[in-house]
Structures are given as structure tokens and as C-alpha cells.
Design a binder for this molecule. Structure first.
Ligand code: ATP
Length: 383
């Protein structure tokens, strides 16, 4: 058994810093769970409590069936990989890999076997006699992984293990780590601030803010049904457009999203039962729509919100179009009476659809099935 359970876990530093509040979170046996969130949200503290490096103020942490609150880090049968790798510079790769086993006084023959197996799994066979300084960043990272693997722990704990690598290597390594975890089947608790890393690697993703768990779900669900405006604004790149709005019916009977003095046409079937658009009254909401779901009509007709193209960014197979929409009430934007009321919406278009140019006037509409509605007061999703 190597599941992990946090039940009502709180960590307070001093009298008033709540790093983690009343956390309930399960990690299934063999699962790769990624904890993500902005700096200071409490993810490292959560990992450190699981590791036994931080006392728990309240609540209970279990590994398998065992409550580990009072067990030392050594007694927990976990292995950690940090951002800094913490390899011993004077030891060779082979010695670094074998170090935890030597500490555990494993017989030499068995130790050598284990090191050889892990080196093979990580393609480090050829590098066993090198010192860490003779390795690339990616190779060092693999040695750090290997050193965690040789102990065959119940749980891997990873704290931003890829953040010292350059962007390209990070992409390669994240699939390597995910594949390795899949092959080994060892439960992994993985902390990162990078939502793309979280979304691509995690079987499930737990998103935290100010010490509070906001949502835990498979990546697709976080993307499709964010639980609140914070999750909506954090997940996705670029993130969801969020506007203060109300849903109304126009004179011609179309459903519209009114935001400030601007109005978006909602295209498609607004009466679908899964859409809150069908039933919502005129009460204030926060409406969200992802850049990839914004429709642009270059003819500027179709009754959409009138927008001006301010920037077109090339992303490869897609273009990111920055739109100015007069009078729109952007959620989270500072309310300044004197500021110009026009604010920006992002649209992501496939190459084939990209006929818009800088300065064009276009009409913006959104497909009904892609509109997310949140309560204006609480920020919680309305379903
Ligand atoms: P980052 O991504 O920047 O590492 P994080 O999400 O991992 O952030 P934590 O390091 O867990 O966040 O910190 C959570 C909160 O607890 C922060 O407000 C931090 O300042 C506070 N904190 C962390 N460690 C201590 C400590 N030893 N003493 C006092 N406050 C602490």
C-alpha cells in the first residue's frame, strides 16, 4: 500500500501565518498527483509535511494505512527529488546512486545490482564513473531521480525537480518523469508552480491558493469545469478571459452576455440543459470564455461585440489575437474612473482562420457550450 491521505491538515507558522488550511487530499496507490499554485500558496509546506520535514499543526497524514504524523522522515519510506538535485560533487554517478543504499547498509553485491538496474532504466550506464560536474543538467536530474529510485520507496516526493533546466529540456524531462512513474507504478507527489507541467504530467492536479485547496481533478476536468474564477484564471495558456457580466435576452430574442456597455452574442444552443445560460436570470455573474473559443467575424456584422485588433502574435500553428472591446468590464481589472474603459480579450485562432490583421474591426461572439458562469459574489461556478 502506498496511497497518501491528508485529513484536515493545517500548518500554521507562528500565530498567524496559515501556510496550509484544513487540507483534505487523497493520492491513490500508483497515482501521479501534481500540486500546483502560485508562489506562497502552500504547496512546498504540504510536501514537507508529507516528507516529515515539517510538523503538522492539526490533522492527520497517512501513508498507506499508517498515520505518519509522529514518524521521522527516515521512517516514512519516501524518497525526495529537489530542484537543486543535491548530488554529492565528490562522488561518481554510481556512488551517488548507491549512496542511500550504503547508508542503509545494504550488502555490496545487492547494492551493485540495484544501481545497475536503475542506471539502465535511466540510461545512465555509460556515465557511472563520471562526477556530477561532468554531466549536463538533464543527466544530473536523472541521477537525482535514480538516487530516489534505488531505495524503491513507497512514495516519490518531487519539489519543482525540473525548474533548473532550460525550457526545451524541461519539456523532454517532464515526459520522461511521467513515463518512468508509469513504468515503476510508484505513487508520486509532485509540486510545481507551472500549470503546463501540472496539466501535462498529472493523473490529477490539485490547485492551491493561500493555503487552501481550490480543486482537485483530472487535467481535462480542471480545464472544462473550473470550480471557481481562480481556477479558471490559473489553468490554460493563455488563461480564460473573465468579464463581469449578466446574461440577458436581446430585442430579437438572442441570448447575450452584457458586460459594461458591451454585448456579446452567444452563438449556438443556449438551452442545452448542461448550460447555466438556459436558466440564469439577470443577476451579476462573472463570465469566462477561453481564447480558443472566441469567434471573430471580420465582416463586423452578426451582432457581436465590436472589437479592434490590437496585436496578432504568431504561436506556430496558432495565432493569438489581442482585441480591444470598448466598454467591456474585465473581471479583476482595477476600477479606475478615469481610465479608458476599453479592455482586452484574447482570441486564439488556427492558422486557417487567421484572416484578421492589425487594426481590423471585427465582431466577437462566443459559443454557448463554451461559456463558463461564476457567481459574482463568491466566484464559485454556477452549474
Ligand atoms: P513557492 O512556490 O514560492 O515555493 P509555495 O507554494 O511552495 O511557494 P510555501 O513555501 O509552502 O509556498 O509557503 C506557504 C506560506 O507559508 C507562505 O506564505 C510562506 O511565506 C509561509 N512560510 C513557509 N515557510 C515558513 C516558515 N518556516 N516560517 C514562516 N512562514 C513560512
Amino acid at each position: 500500500m502506498s496511497s497518501v491521505t491528508f485529513s484536515g491538515v493545517t500548518k500554521r507558522f507562528g500565530t498567524d501565518v496559515y501556510a496550509v488550511r484544513d487540507l483534505d487530499l487523497d493520492v491513490a496507490d500508483g497515482e501521479l498527483l501534481v500540486v500546483v499554485g502560485p508562489s506562497g500558496c502552500g504547496k512546498t509546506t504540504t510536501l514537507r509535511m508529507l516528507a516529515g520535514l515539517e510538523d503538522i499543526t492539526a490533522g492527520e497524514v497517512k501513508i498507506g494505512d499508517q498515520v505518519v504524523n509522529d514518524l521521522s522522515a527516515k521512517e516514512r519510506d519516501i524518497a525526495m527529488v529537489f530542484q537543486s538535485y543535491a548530488l554529492y560533487p565528490h562522488l561518481t554517478v554510481g556512488e551517488n546512486l548507491g549512496y542511500p543504499l550504503r547508508l542503509a547498509k545494504m550488502p555490496k553485491q545487492e547494492l551493485r545490482e540495484r544501481v545497475r538496474t536503475v542506471a539502465g532504466q535511466l540510461q545512465l550506464d555509460e556515465l557511472l564513473d563520471r562526477k556530477p560536474r561532468q554531466l549536463s543538467g538533464g543527466q544530473r536530474q536523472r541521477v537525482a531521480m535514480g538516487r530516489a529510485m534505488v531505495r524503491e520507496p513507497k512514495v516519490f516526493l518531487m519539489d519543482e525537480p525540473l525548474s533548473n533546466l532550460d525550457a526545451k529540456l524541461r519539456v523532454t524531462m517532464r515526459s520522461e518523469v511521467a513515463e518512468l512513474q508509469h513504468d515503476l507504478g510508484t505513487t508520486m507527489f509532485y509540486v510545481t508552480h507551472d500549470q503546463v507541467e501540472a496539466m501535462t504530467m498529472g493523473h490529477r492536479v490539485a490547485l492551491m491558493r493561500d493555503g487552501v485547496l481550490q480543486q482537485v481533478a483530472p487535467p481535462e476536468e480542471l480545464y472544462r469545469s473550473p470550480a471557481n474564477t481562480f481556477v479558471a484564471g490559473f489553468i490554460g495558456s493563455p488563461p480564460m478571459n473573465l468579464v463581469n457580466a449578466r446574461v440577458a435576452t436581446s430585442d430579437s430574442g438572442d441570448r447575450q452576455l452584457i458586460t459594461g456597455t458591451a454585448a456579446f452574442t452567444i452563438a449556438g444552443d443556449t438551452a442545452r440543459p448542461e448550460s447555466a445560460l438556459a436558466t440564469i436570470d439577470e443577476r451579476p455573474v462573472v463570465a469566462g470564455f477561453r481564447p480558443e473559443h472566441v469567434r471573430l467575424d471580420p465582416a463586423g456584422t452578426a451582432g457581436g461585440a465590436a472589437a479592434t485588433v490590437r496585436l496578432v502574435e504568431m504561436l506556430g500553428s496558432e495565432h493569438l489575437v489581442h482585441l480591444n472591446i470598448d466598454g467591456m468590464d474585465l473581471h479583476g481589472a482595477p476600477h479606475d474612473e478615469n481610465a479608458a474603459t476599453s479592455t482586452r480579450v484574447l482570441a486564439k485562432l488556427h492558422d486557417d482562420d487567421t484572416t484578421v490583421r492589425l487594426g481590423d474591426h471585427v465582431a466577437v461572439s462566443i459559443e454557448a457550450r463554451h461559456v463558463h458562469l461564476f457567481d459574482a459574489a463568491t466566484g464559485e461556478r454556477i452549474t
